[in-house]
Design a protein around this ligand. Structure first.
Ligand SMILES: NC(=O)c1ccc[n+]([C@@H]2O[C@H](COP(=O)([O-])OP(=O)(O)OC[C@H]3O[C@@H](n4cnc5c(N)ncnc54)[C@H](OP(=O)(O)O)[C@@H]3O)[C@@H](O)[C@H]2O)c1
Length: 313
């Protein structure tokens, strides 16, 4: 809340003719992004795991904006089969994709595994979004100029003290620390962004702009796994320290929509509130770690998804 605003809703350009997928846009920061992009005539896919919550968000956004091109499509990031089904349904229905906002996330949940046996935070925050992006990448390239935004967190700084290498221990129960695992998965968002931008550049693909951001410390449902009961301090935090979801949406809306991203050739970058270039820690900026994460994720997908053909780049 102490930062200057380099971007606000009035700077979102007219998005007529653009199609966007926003994961986890039934609530929180993602829903505000969907609402404000719909207001500027973007066609929006509310990609959420709950049909009830997703449809409620669609109804709310349509009625607030008058934009009828807002629809729900089911996406459960805890199942790679479901991610695949989502991507297949999308590519069968649409021949363009201009904005992929990888926003959904889970923070500090108790230990658990996805349907594929991958730890829940790593599965949701990194692996499923990686897989989704790989499946949609050919369409994003074809539709260029296009944007990919991976929503990270300042929580990634915890990898300055807990810096896992890429071994099978990532999904193990023994030693699981919910806070450190969250930070690690958010570092993965930055490393994935940097490696993907590097690979696109190496292939001479210059019309896909991939970036990541920390949205701010935002009052949303993300803290649902943090222990209750709600204390006086929680209340001070949520009511006075944390920023609103509207303000929390600004940095990713900038990366997803601002013409400046193209005019300034912003690629592979980490942005912080409000739409300012940020400092990611050395672990997240390590080219070796990014390459290792890429290789680890590819190996994992080949194990878990029988017909996975390998990265599209
Ligand atoms: N809030 C903050 O202070 C803060 C700070 C730094 C970074 N971030 C990042 O910002 C992003 C948005 O968070 P938020 O604050 O808006 O949190 P939120 O209000 O809890 O929203 C998270 C969204 O992700 C969805 N989601 C979680 N697991 C999913 C799954 N398996 N499949 C499909 N969707 C799933 C949730 O769906 P359901 O409603 O069905 O659970 C919800 O729509 C996250 O990536 C988070 O890490 C937030």
């Amino acid at each position: 809340m102490f930062f200057s605003k380099n971007f606000d809703f009035s700077k979102i350009p007219d998005l007529t003719g653009k199609i966007a997928i926003i994961t986890g846009s039934n609530t929180g920061i993602g829903k505000v992004c969907a609402l404000e992009m719909a207001r500027q005539n973007c066609q929006i896919i509310v990609a959420s795991r709950s049909e009830e919550k997703g449809q409620a968000a669609v109804t709310e956004i349509k009625s607030a904006t008058g934009n009828d091109k807002v629809e729900f499509m089911k996406l459960d990031l805890l199942s790679l089969e479901a991610v695949k089904a989502f991507a297949e349904e999308f590519t069968a229905k649409f021949d363009k994709l201009h904005i992929l906002l990888n926003n959904a996330g889970v923070m500090m949940c108790p230990y658990g595994l996805s349907k594929d046996g991958i730890e829940i935070q790593f599965a949701t925050n990194h692996v499923a979004h990686y897989y989704l992006t790989m499946q949609l990448l050919p369409l994003l390239i074809k539709s260029g100029p296009s944007r990919i935004v991976n929503v990270s967190s300042m929580g990634h700084h915890s990898t300055s003290v807990y810096a896992p290498n890429f071994t099978d221990k990532i999904s193990e129960k023994k030693g699981y620390n919910a806070t450190l695992q969250y930070g690690f998965t958010k570092a993965c968002n930055i490393m994935f962004t940097r490696e993907l931008a590097k690979r696109l550049e190496a292939q001479g693909i210059d019309n896909v702009y991939v970036n990541c951001n920390h949205p701010g410390v935002v009052s949303s449902e993300l803290s649902r796994h943090i222990a209750s009961p709600k204390s006086f301090l929680d209340s001070v935090y949520n009511n006075y320290l944390a920023i609103t979801t509207e303000n929390g949406s600004l940095t990713q809306l900038y990366l997803a929509t601002s013409p400046e991203v193209e005019s300034k050739q912003i690629k592979g970058q980490y942005y912080v509130p409000y739409a300012a270039s940020g400092w990611a820690n050395p672990y997240s900026r390590s080219e070796k770690n990014a390459a290792d994460l890429w290789e680890y994720t590819e190996k994992l997908l080949k194990e878990k998804v029988p017909d996975y053909q390998g990265a599209a780049i």
